[in-house]
Design a protein around this ligand. Structure first.
Ligand code: PHE
Length: 339
């Protein structure tokens, strides 16, 4: 048996193939199920126990060198063929592994798309902002806890420059440079000084919306949010508004949608309440309009803001927020089909 292996090793080292088909024929001859190396495997059963180790190692060696040799032949044949066909060898080799859109981008685009269809235009602004646009113009009292070191990342102490903690700062910039009617959505990354865990991160993404015109009412707000919820989570989705507080809106509310996993019956996802919270909203406080150069006697407006991570979690049940920023390709590739 050892002799046979040696012979085959010798034979394989001299193999030649003129093209890919010939190389494939060699693979079949030596390495396929019915090939000569597999035949040796059958014979291996009859080898006496004390010889098994040595013979086994030799067969493995034979198999590996056959594999290596035949792959080499195949590569060489392919290169020859390609070169012969006059193909551009500097071109990216195929298959090109396609990337996927990030799940947060997919969901952000979906949110932006829904509001664009409702007449909102896109506004963007800087992530490194001054205190005025993030807090003061938004009616935060000087001693409001959100300004605290706990929440805000300070970049500079004087004048106060911060990493924005919400995209309302973009709304402030829109208001100071334009007059109503204003109808914008502001997507973007925001930062808060929180310990990183499955449920909180030091940065996340928001889409905030602002509509200012004559006679804008809470009814308009409610209607647009219902429309949004049904577009995003399906036509049977219901909404409910609970009173809340934000410095920049009065009255303020938080919006829940009926849990789309159990249809509102109650499940572990919605903690058996049938509802899940998705955004904050309210009528723009007249003080905010005035601070940003808009006449609050003539105009009223509504605003809303939502976390893209939150909406993505609801849509795709991502259990750990950290997944979004870990660049794990296995996770990201799950969203290929959703593009
Ligand atoms: N800016 C708020 C936040 O970051 C969200 C919000 C926007 C609430 C507009 C009401 C109106 O939490």
């Amino acid at each position: 048996m050892l002799g046979k292996i040696k012979e085959l090793l010798e034979e394989i080292s001299h193999l030649q193939a003129a093209n890919a088909e010939e190389a494939e024929a060699l693979r079949i001859k030596y390495l396929s199920k019915k090939g000569s190396i597999n035949a040796l495997m059958d014979e291996f059963r009859t080898v006496p126990a004390e010889m098994k180790k040595e013979v086994g190692m030799k067969i493995n060696e034979l198999k590996n060198s056959a594999l290596e040799k035949i792959n080499q032949l195949k590569d060489a044949a392919q290169t020859q063929q390609v070169a012969g066909d006059d193909v551009d060898l500097t071109r990216t080799p195929y298959p090109v592994p396609l990337g996927t859109r990030h799940p947060l981008t997919i969901v952000k685009n979906e949110i932006v798309d829904i509001f664009s269809r409702l007449g909102f235009t896109l506004a963007e602004g800087p992530e490194v902002e001054d205190d005025w646009h993030v807090y003061s113009s938004m009616n935060f009292a000087d001693d409001h806890p959100a300004r605290d070191m706990q929440d805000t990342f300070f970049v500079e102490a004087k004048p106060e420059i911060v990493l924005r903690s919400h995209t309302s700062s973009v709304q402030a910039r829109v208001m100071e440079t334009s007059q109503p009617p204003i109808r914008v959505i502001c997507p973007g990354r925001v930062y808060r000084n929180e310990a990183i865990s499955a449920r909180a991160h030091c940065f996340f993404h928001q889409v905030e919306g602002l509509y200012i015109d004559k006679n804008v009412s809470f009814t308009d707000l409610k209607q647009i949010l219902l429309l949004f919820a049904q577009e995003m989570f399906g036509p049977d989705t219901q909404i409910r508004l609970r009173p809340s507080y934000f410095p920049f809106t009065e009255p303020s509310a938080e919006m829940d949608i009926s849990c789309h996993l159990c249809g509102g019956k109650g499940c572990s996802f919605c903690k058996h309440t049938g509802w899940v919270e998705i955004l904050g909203c309210g009528m723009v406080d007249p003080a905010v309009l005035e601070a940003n150069g808009i006449d609050s006697k003539q105009y009223t407006g509504y605003a809303f803001g939502m976390g893209v991570e939150r909406i993505t979690n609801l849509k795709y049940q991502v259990k750990d927020l950290r997944m979004f920023s870990e660049n794990d390709k296995r996770f990201l590739q799950e969203f290929t089909a959703a593009n």
